[in-house]
Design a protein around this ligand. Structure first.
Ligand SMILES: *Cc1c(COP(=O)(O)O)cnc(C)c1O
Length: 366
């Protein structure tokens, strides 16, 4: 037996004991998912699928190379133009995924001798980007502007450039960052602002304050795959020279690019989809006596990982898929069910979820 397996087996054992071992759950038919990010139901929209099939049949299954070599297909430019128009920026650049967009943008903008100040709840891909950049990373308490300002005032002077990072809609909590306050904070403290819009695009498009850099994904509300960075023309001009996660990876397949463009057109012309998803989220929080939903994401706190796992299994017995969210995705002691609503759901499905959750609450109390 090779020496690798016993070492891994021991690590897995430790995780299993703490209810933290992860498995890749199989997507089963006939189960209603309330935990995916297809908020607008565009993943299976016939127009999106048709656009993808058309482009695949015409252009092939793959792109053949990096965008910098031979993979920069003609379908990219119209998608990037549409993304920039949607985000009200001068330009946009498509990456292989949202993860790669954060990795590439952050490590392109700052490096050793620079400072990153990030919200405590920032997504793992932003933290990985920060690590990769070599910049000094400090984190402020979630949405605590006074804490962010204190850190800026005490640290800023020792570094060359400073990047402040947050999310428009927080992925595991569904709450929102105060974008206008963050903008002001950056303006008065000589810092740049990067906002990850992964769960905002198409749902809550905020333009009250423009960050210097938007990052985001084509794989949530747009229902497909890929990521993007949006901002000034200079930013978009600079990234192909600076962002390694754009340069050293193969471009997205043509069908994926075409699907995202079609989905974005639907987002722009059918705002009622976002309205419906938001209405379901609010219907749920009202029925459950929770604070009003601010986005399509509603966390139900469970405390320990074991409890989140247990509730998830009970829900599955009733035909509802809500995967438990456990550390290290969230802080220890804050394991949860992250419930996500979609325009694709029906009124009856939302009622079914409410009934199932009430039953669980009853059981918890007993
Ligand atoms: C999902 C997510 C990403 C990663 O996007 P992918 O396209 O799935 O790689 C980045 N940031 C946040 C906040 C996310 O929720």
């Amino acid at each position: 037996m090779p020496a690798l397996d016993p070492v891994l087996a021991e690590r897995l054992d430790q995780l299993e004991k703490r209810y933290l071992k992860r498995r890749l759950p199989e997507v089963r038919e006939g189960v209603i998912s309330f935990c995916d990010n297809d908020y607008l139901g565009l993943r299976n929209d016939h127009r999106v699928v048709a656009a993808s099939v058309r482009a695949t049949e015409r252009e092939g299954a793959g792109s053949g190379a990096s965008r910098l070599v031979a993979g920069n297909h003609i379908l990219y430019a119209p998608l990037e133009k549409a993304l920039a128009a949607h985000k009200k920026t001068q330009g946009a650049l498509v990456f292989g995924s949202g993860y790669l967009a954060n990795l590439g943008a952050i490590s392109a903008l700052v490096g050793e001798g620079d400072l990153i100040i990030a919200d405590k709840y920032c997504h793992a891909s932003m933290l990985d980007g920060a690590k990769l950049s070599g910049a000094k990373l400090v984190r402020f308490r979630h949405n605590d502007m006074a804490h962010a300002e204190t850190l800026l005032k005490s640290e800023r002077g020792q570094y060359r450039n400073c990047l402040v990072m947050s999310e428009s809609v927080f992925s595991m909590d569904g709450d929102l960052a105060p974008l206008a306050d963050l903008r002001r904070l950056c303006d008065t403290n000589d810092a740049w602002l990067l906002i990850d819009d992964a769960h905002g695009l198409g749902i809550l498009d905020q333009h009250a304050a423009q960050p210097d850099v938007w990052t985001g994904t084509l794989s949530k509300a747009l229902g497909g795959y890929g990521g993007y960075v949006a901002g000034s023309a200079t930013l978009v001009d600079a990234l192909p020279s600076l962002a390694r996660s754009l340069v050293y990876t193969t471009a997205l397949p043509p069908g994926v690019v075409a699907a995202a463009h079609e989905a974005l057109s639907i987002v722009d012309t059918e705002p009622e989809r976002a309205t419906r998803a938001m209405a379901y989220a609010r219907q749920f929080t009202e029925a459950m006596g929770l604070p009003q939903a601010l986005s399509t994401i509603v966390p139900v706190q469970c405390g320990e990982a074991e409890e989140a796992l247990r509730l998830s299994v009970l829900l599955m017995e009733q035909g509802i898929l809500i995967s438990p969210i456990r550390p290290p995705t969230v802080s220890p002691g804050t394991a949860r069910l992250r419930i996500a609503f979609s325009a694709r759901h029906t009124e009856a499905e939302v009622e079914m979820l409410i009934a199932a959750m009430r039953k669980l609450n009853g059981r918890k109390a007993a």
